[in-house]
Design a protein around this ligand. Structure first.
Ligand SMILES: Cc1cc2nc3c(=O)[nH]c(=O)nc-3n(C[C@H](O)[C@H](O)[C@H](O)COP(=O)(O)OP(=O)(O)OC[C@H]3O[C@@H](n4cnc5c(N)ncnc54)[C@H](O)[C@@H]3O)c2cc1C
Length: 476
């Protein structure tokens, strides 16, 4: 079925029921767009069409980052007809669209605590020549292009319908029951109907459209960092070798000698923008490193704010590249060979779920009956302004209960990854990739179980879920 954009704006999609939510547009903008005659601008171009995709999916996953990819593979392997929606033409989320590295961290105190599909991914990437496992922490240094390729292969092999270049812009629902999501791409606007929906956008975009309650903010978000790759770097010196391999030998893994140089320059009045670290990361190519240094306070869920900060950070990238070239011998012949597709996002929306993991219990490492994944990384809070970072290491490896991925009121909507229900300090540990992958694996399996039953993610047999995840190799 296809209708024109004008029909769509008039709410005239024959036979379609339920309220329609148009993206994250402010209410005034939605009202204005709805009132506009003829020349409405929601879907640009007179020929744009609105398509309802024939397949009714068991599971629709929004967001193709570490959490979303694992969720989609898990759901599909469990027999669910699965769709995966991603705004970019690549998978990997912050790893490939933000150049954040390494993949942290698969071990706790030298023992691996993540298994199943996430570990299978690492082993495949390693076999492709795209990863090394840095013991004892189990940090994974990776090659960015092979990361994308490996995820793409695993997704396609699992038989998932992949919708890349597709931005989630709306949804249709009856009260709290979600029936479809609307994505925009070159085909126009497409409606994907489904039984269960997993929000892995990192920013909880779908939950926000559905008015899922969110955790209260405490006035500050961790900063964005726009990462980039520098080539022509002498990566053979002792200093660089120790800085780019994150084996736990450097607390906080910052490159201390370079930090000292930058702080001194700043003190002397040089134009040194706010910075973090710096962290230099191995990208599996001699002479090249991924650089995590820029820092800007931004709200990724506000387009204007994020655009402004991203533009400022792009300027900062080139300031830092020059500072490094002029002041650090290893960077004498270096240049910016590539900037990430977007500035990295550490923190944005988190849902108020059926259970919220509080920092006190996280530090105690409580085991829940519905534990589905783990944490291993320190509580790691970067200051929004200045050079500060608070690190608190964990004494034990905590658990993530299934209830932190679902809500009390929304029957067929769940999250995995950065938007789980937890305190801000807990996110500061669980936001890293291995933890997000672990949550994704669990959400995908749970989504498939719910879709095969009554379609209610709140009512699945969590004992069976835990048993399934253990069967797959999860260490929970
Ligand atoms: C600067 C920085 C440094 C970091 N350092 C490390 C580190 O050293 N080690 C580590 O393991 N982790 C690190 N992290 C954290 C980690 O990379 C992320 O928290 C993790 O990738 C989150 O996974 P996710 O799948 O929840 O979300 P994301 O990785 O954010 O993936 C979300 C995906 O959803 C897509 N998406 C979003 N909105 C939409 C939409 N509306 N429509 C369609 N698609 C959408 C995005 O394009 C993306 O692919 C760092 C993060 C940052 C920003």
């Amino acid at each position: 079925m296809a209708i024109t954009r004008r029909d769509f704006l008039k709410g005239g999609l024959a036979g379609a029921a339920g309220a329609l939510v148009i993206g994250n547009m402010p209410a005034w903008m939605q009202a204005e767009a709805a009132e506009r005659k003829g020349g409405a601008t929601l879907f640009p171009g007179e020929g744009s069409l609105y398509h309802v995709i024939d397949t009714v999916y068991d599971v629709v996953v929004c967001g193709g980052g570490p959490a979303g990819v694992m969720a989609a593979i898990a759901a599909s392997r469990e027999g669910a007809r699965t769709a995966l929606v991603e705004q970019y033409g690549m998978l990997g989320g912050m790893a490939t669209i933000g150049y954040v590295a390494p993949i942290s961290e698969f071990n706790f105190k030298g023992e691996r605590i993540f298994g199943g599909i996430p570990w299978e991914f690492i082993m495949r990437l390693k076999d492709m020549g795209g990863a090394i496992v840095e013991e004892p922490k189990g940090n994974i240094s990776f090659e960015i292009e092979l990361y994308k390729l490996c995820m793409q292969r695993m997704v396609l092999e699992a038989g998932i319908d992949l919708y890349m270049h597709s931005f989630l812009t709306g949804c249709r629902h009856e009260g709290k029951q979600l029936s479809s999501v609307i994505i925009n791409n070159k085909n126009g606007a497409e409606e994907l109907r489904g039984k269960v929906f997993i929000d892995c956008t990192g920013d909880a975009d779908l939950c926000n459209m559905m008015d899922v309650p969110m955790q209260p903010g405490d006035g500050e978000l961790q900063p964005s960092s726009f990462c980039f790759v520098m080539s022509g770097v002498d990566t053979t010196t002792e200093m660089m070798r120790s800085c780019i391999h994150h084996d736990g030998s450097i607390p906080g893994s910052q490159c201390a000698p370079v930090r000292k140089i930058l702080l001194k320059l700043k003190e002397e009045g040089a134009d040194v923008p706010d910075f973090g670290g710096p962290w230099f990361n191995d990208v599996r190519h001699e002479g090249s490193v991924a650089v995590n240094i820029t820092r800007g306070a931004a709200d990724s869920t506000d387009n204007r704010d994020f655009t402004k900060v991203e533009c400022e950070l792009r300027e900062d990238i080139f300031k830092f590249a020059k500072l490094l070239k002029d002041n650090v011998p290893e960077f004498k012949n270096s240049y910016v060979s590539s900037t990430a597709p977007q500035a990295g996002i550490r923190e944005s929306r988190r849902i108020l779920g059926a259970y919220t993991i509080r920092v006190e219990e996280y530090l105690e490492g409580i085991h829940y009956p519905d534990s589905i994944s783990r944490g291993a990384h320190s509580i790691d809070i970067h200051a929004a302004k200045g050079q500060g970072q608070v690190l608190k290491s964990l004494k034990t490896s905590p658990y993530v209960p299934y209830r932190a991925l679902i809500t009390n009121d929304f029957p067929n909507l769940m999250v995995a990854g950065r938007s789980l229900s937890c305190d801000r300090a807990v996110l500061a540990s669980l936001r890293v990739q291995a933890s997000c992958m672990g949550m994704g694996q669990a959400a995908g399996a749970a989504g498939a179980m719910a879709a095969a039953g009554k379609g209610d993610v709140r009512k699945i047999d969590t004992e069976a879920l835990v048993a399934k995840l253990r069967d797959w190799g999860a260490i929970i």
